[in-house]
Write a protein that binds this ligand. Structure first.
Ligand code: HEM
Length: 414
């Protein structure tokens, strides 16, 4: 245990809240001062506290977040991914994110081959078709809200059209339901999630009666052994489908919108990326670090322990802040700047350990193809006159809700 830590000292943001002892993932102060608060946490307060939803700790340093995420025996995922979500009464679960090994490992082992780099790359043409269709929807206009017209829709189209192969005629309904569930008015989200779950349930039942297609849905239908060594229930299979959908929508939307924002405001990076495709993998990784949507995800302590010198009692809830770990200056120089030449060994935006993001290669591929097509088809993109990006936070995620861009109108077509 290092003895070089600075003692936690209270911070005051521009809006006057003490985020070290009175943290709240949903507070307007955190949303407004996002970079500053994350920077203060990671530099001065390795374990902050919140009184919200029964109370939780916030772990912010790269090493501590990594160590907690890897130590699933001490920091369990089965108490839920956000505060106040534990217990069976919380409605649908998300699996495997709310499971511990060995049941969680069985799902990861079964699903893994379908989410590896090669399997995902084989979907490139279909992903490009989705990207092209969406860009065609606004490219002639010269101005658009890139979130509304592109970033909010591509991840859902990729999930439903590219991976599930649902009929195009189903897309408007299920896209709208997914959009309402993820981003719609709070009071309508429960109903929208019900529609999404109902659609996925119907899809699974349809696939059960069809010959196997050799995709991940076959794996979900085959199931794995549950906690007790029994074949898992239908309900658990549905939880896996919901997790695979929900895990990739808002997260990738934020990445895509953030990427466009960076291109629109950094013409020098745009020019370098347009001229040199070898820069794309590093740039995408850096954009994922900076625009990693998952602010923090939960764990429940299974015994009395400590994190960075802070005693943690059995049953305490902790949020591991991947976004703060992405801004740890001990690992990333000048962490609040997007540097497309940065070399990232392990990207904390995707977590560590057994739950490390299963969809990371999909996110990278969607971003890379989008980067290529945006550079090619909107070569002079910029922020629209008077445009101000609109950000929000919703407990576990950071969102970019609106970003108006302008460009010289371009013709339709690939
Ligand atoms: C930039 C985009 C993305 C980011 C930043 C992101 C982030 C994360 C993080 C931080 C976790 C770890 C959860 C934990 O430690 O408790 C995770 C897990 C997961 N992600 Fe992603 N994700 C992204 C894209 C995707 C996509 C495209 C999919 C679609 C398949 C996906 C599906 C999942 C699933 C199912 C899990 C749970 C894995 C498990 O618990 O074993 N994610 N993601």
């Amino acid at each position: 245990m290092t003895d070089t830590r600075e003692a936690p000292t209270a911070t005051t943001t521009t809006t006057g809240r003490d985020h070290f002892t009175d943290f709240d993932l949903d507070s307007p102060e955190f949303t407004a001062d996002y970079e500053q608060v994350l920077g203060d946490l990671v530099q001065k307060c390795p374990v902050a506290h919140s009184d919200v939803a029964g109370g939780y700790w916030v772990v912010s340093r790269y090493d501590d977040v990594r160590d907690c995420a890897q130590d699933w025996q001490t920091f369990s995922s089965e108490g839920g991914f956000e505060p106040g979500r534990g217990g069976e009464e919380g409605g649908a679960k998300l699996y495997p994110v709310e499971l511990d090994p060995p049941y969680q490992t069985r799902w990861r082992t079964a699903l893994g081959p379908h989410f590896g780099p090669r399997a995902v790359r084989s979907r490139s043409d279909s992903i490009r078709e989705q990207v092209t269709a969406l860009i065609d929807g606004f490219v002639e206009s010269g101005e658009t809200d890139i979130v509304e017209s592109f970033a909010a829709h591509l991840p859902g189209r990729v999930f439903f059209a590219t991976f599930l192969g649902v009929p195009l005629s189903d897309l408007p309904f299920i896209q709208t339901a997914t959009d309402n569930a993820m981003r719609g008015p709070m009071e309508g989200r429960g109903e929208a999630w019900g529609q999404v779950a109902g659609y996925l349930d119907g899809y699974l039942r349809m696939r059960q009666d069809e010959p196997p297609r050799g995709d991940f849905v076959d794996v979900v239908l085959a199931g794995v052994e549950d906690h007790d060594g029994n074949p898992c229930s239908w309900e658990h299979k549905l939880y896996v489908m919901i997790d695979l959908l929900a895990g990739g929508i808002g997260t990738t939307t934020y990445l895509l919108a953030g990427m466009v924002q960076h291109l629109a405001t950094h013409p020098e990076d745009r020019a370098r990326l347009a001229a040199d495709p070898t820069l794309w993998p590093g740039a995408v990784e850096e954009l994922i670090r900076y625009y990693g949507s998952i602010v923090a995800l939960g764990r429940t302590a299974t015994k009395d322990t400590e994190v960075a010198g802070q005693p943690i009692a059995k049953g305490d809830f902790l949020m591991l802040s991947f976004a703060a770990a992405c801004r740890d200056p001990r690992v990333f120089d000048d962490p609040h700047t997007v540097d497309i030449d940065r070399k990232i060994a392990v990207n904390p935006a995707f977590s560590f350990g057994p739950h490390r993001c299963i969809g990371s290669h999909i996110a990278r591929l969607e971003a890379t193809i989008s980067l290529e097509e945006v550079l090619r088809r909107l070569p002079d993109l910029r922020l629209a006159e008077g445009s101000t990006p609109v950000y929000s936070n919703s407990t576990i995620t950071r969102n970019l809700d609106s970003l108006r861009i302008a460009f010289t109108p371009q013709p339709l077509g690939p």
